[in-house]
Design a protein around this ligand. Structure first.
Ligand SMILES: [Zn+2]
Ligand SMILES: [Zn+2]
Length: 342
């Protein structure tokens, strides 16, 4: 545009320089100048057209990107209806429900032994059967209601890590497992399992040391492009072992290890998984002081949002396998997060 203006000024200057020539020549030169001006503006129009094409090209690239996202999804796009992940408020314990688009149901841990909130919560979510029950480790705040859950819902499959505990709660759970005839399965580290539309990949499990928290099963659960990392009650030793295991990837959501205790969620661990959302489970005013301040500080440095069942009640994540929405029980806050943040 600037170069065209300079050209026009030069032509006008030239016209006045030769204005002394005969009038019929002046008319001829004026026509020449007007033609030059027309060609100049036509040049500008050509530029405008090429700008439009440039933006068209951007749109094409954008849709190409979208196509690529579909191609890289873990499940086919036609399988990606809504799924939900429900982090139950079961007081000082853990329990998370996962329901897929074809009503496939996974339950991870069953709350604590001294309350029965889990049954009310499962009813609220209209759960009628459980396909896979995962008990991350044998502590009573994770397997609390597993005996009754196994008897009432008869899960198709039960995963345990092979660790044993001397508690009565654990004994009763093992009796229920054996009576169910389902038995239990110890999944293999590094292997991917397909459960309906979900893919589970185990990163860590007990090595038989009887360090029950550090023996918790830790695994990715993916739905399309959305990945949640479940960590049970792992502490520093398991966090280090997981990093050393070399199966690290960025995750969208982290189930915060060990109720956001200070002996877990170390910087070296969180930085490698880089979650957008972190969710811990703890009772309000619990005797352990969970969540510990140090853990919360470290989590807030990495995650864009940290939720806790003590503050937010039951926390529900709805996802179509690409994006997800976090809905909390005890707040007006509703936030839509893209699954991939560059
Ligand atoms: Zn626990
Ligand atoms: Zn534990």
């Amino acid at each position: 545009m600037v170069s065209f203006e300079i050209l026009l000024m030069q032509l006008i200057y030239l016209f006045y320089m030769i204005s002394g020539v005969r009038s019929n020549y002046r008319t001829f030169i004026l026509i020449l100048l007007l033609s030059a001006a027309f060609v100049g503006s036509a040049g500008n129009l050509t530029n405008a057209a090429s700008l439009t094409r440039a933006s068209d090209t951007e749109e094409v690239e954008q849709s190409d990107l979208e196509n690529k996202r579909e191609v890289t999804a873990a499940v086919k796009s036609d399988e990606l209806a809504n799924a939900k992940f429900v982090f139950f408020d079961v007081g000082q314990g853990n329990s998370t429900l996962i329901v897929g688009p074809n009503k496939e149901v996974i339950l991870i841990d069953t709350g604590r032994y001294d309350n029965y909130l889990i049954f009310k919560l499962l009813k609220q979510e209209e759960v009628e059967k459980i396909d896979l029950l995962i008990l991350t480790h044998p502590h009573a705040d994770h397997i609390g209601n597993a005996e009754s859950i196994i008897q009432s819902y008869a899960p198709q499959e039960i995963w345990m890590n092979g660790d044993k505990h001397t508690s009565h709660v654990f004994e009763r759970v093992m009796n229920a497992v054996h009576e169910s005839k389902t038995g239990y399965h110890v999944p293999s580290i590094g292997k991917s399992y397909k459960i309906g539309a979900f893919t589970l990949k185990l990163l860590h499990s007990s090595c038989g040391s009887n360090d029950l928290n550090n023996g918790s099963m830790a695994f990715y659960l993916s739905y399309g492009q959305v990945t949640i990392f479940f960590t049970g009650d792992i502490e520093k030793a398991a966090e280090q072992a997981i990093i050393n295991g070399g199966l690290v990837q960025r995750v969208d959501i982290l189930q915060v290890p060990h109720h956001a205790s200070s002996d877990s969620s170390h910087d070296f661990f969180l930085r490698r998984f880089n979650p957008s959302v972190a969710i811990y489970s703890a009772a309000e005013m619990n005797s352990y002081g969970h969540p510990h301040k140090e853990a919360l500080t470290r989590l807030k440095k990495v995650a864009k949002k940290v939720y806790g069942t003590d503050m937010n009640g039951t926390i529900k994540i709805m996802t179509n396998g690409v994006n997800y929405e976090v809905v909390v029980e005890r707040s007006e806050e509703r936030k839509v997060m893209p699954s991939k943040i560059i």
